[in-house]
Design a protein around this ligand. Sequence first.
Ligand SMILES: [Zn+2]
Length: 305
Amino acid sequence: MAEQTFNERTMREEICEIGRRIWHREYVAANDGNISVRLNANEILATPTGVSKGFLTPDMLVVIDRAGNKLRGTMKPSSELKMHRAFYDARPDVRAVCHAHPLTATGFAVAGLSLDRCTLPEVVITLGSVPLAKYGVPGSDELTQDILDNYVQEYDAFLLANHGVVTIGQTVMNAYYKMETVEHFAKISLVARQLGSENVFSPERAQELMEARARYGVQAGGSCRIEYKDKDKNVNYAPDVPRTGFGAAAYAGASDDNANARPSAQSNNAANGSNGKPAEIEIGEEELRRIIGEVARRVAESLQK
Ligand SMILES: [Zn+2]
């Protein structure tokens, strides 16, 4: 019993610390957001309603059971804890839930855009992608319905349409770090779109990253999007060391004169064979070495400028 008390005290302090971080980083305004951790099979320690997450003290937290009944604490549990309980029920491996409204990621959720493009190694490895769940009234079963039906077994971070972000993890810190990753990813994605192009990994490059998860001890994490349609404006495959297929074709299509220009939609189209499939280009080892040497030379050159 003494050990459990120590554990609970540590968890209370950790939730308060994460509360301060999400408030400082403007992931929440006023009393928004909530954080919880599963203390044991039946007890959930959580933030109360009506308090800024930036000013939490350990004694303000409440303990509820898996059915939502308050067991300990003087304050009122948040109505959004229903969502937390749904995650604990659906994913026995999950021990913590973090919910906030970070500015950029919530902007994507309001714009009806998921964060599912394969553009950053860390994001592909840790999250795969961040699906957008259909809108549901806060505090209702509807809020989590789409996540439970379609995404919860595969993903650890979700955009809630016209609402915010929720992340799940094995510890409070782990769930919070995923919240940071989502917002960071959203900011970078927004900047790339403002600059006019979001270059995505080729399917094989994306696959390579997802297969690397075991090396980093990442257990969950679904796939990011591999296929793109015409309506996905300004999405190109990232310039890459040529292997075969789409990425190689786009790279090989660049002449010396325009090799510094990023591959345009036209060059991607030009790389397609007449049957609509990417043209396969065979590249020998010697040619590959030459290209790598050339890329290294240009990088060194640009650094000297
Ligand atoms: Zn919310």
